[in-house]
Design a protein around this ligand. Sequence first.
Ligand SMILES: [Zn+2]
Ligand SMILES: [Zn+2]
Length: 145
Amino acid sequence: MQKNPGPNKTQAFLDICHQHQLKITPQREVIYRELLKSDTHPTADTIYQIVKGKYPNISYDTVNRTLLTFAEIGVVDVIEIFGGAKRFDPNIKNHHHLHCIQCGKIIDFQSRAYDNLKVPKGLRAKFRVISKRVVLRGICKACLA
Ligand SMILES: [Zn+2]
Ligand SMILES: [Zn+2]
């Protein structure tokens, strides 16, 4: 299942790159496009395997560095998985995750109720929350079947 990369997202990507004076090379563009198409929050290695098919000379290091640069300028999000490789998320809007503990897939979902979760009072004194994301861990439909 692949999401259709909307023209808006690509435009936002180009705008942010431009703001940060990041040159848009064909390689960078293809890395971003492949990330956008994927809905499983791939690792740098997964993206590398796909991009290599189109650019056989590209190195893993280039792909990894490009993804980290994207994260730095804010066009993608990095998801740290405890004990696992970093995963990249092209969806930088507020959303939540379903994490399948069997296949490792991470699926986006929206929930107004979770967006509006209140930060417990005791925490506010010692921590300034800048974003909230709920992660539900479990087993996806494909793995259950
Ligand atoms: Zn699964
Ligand atoms: Zn996500």
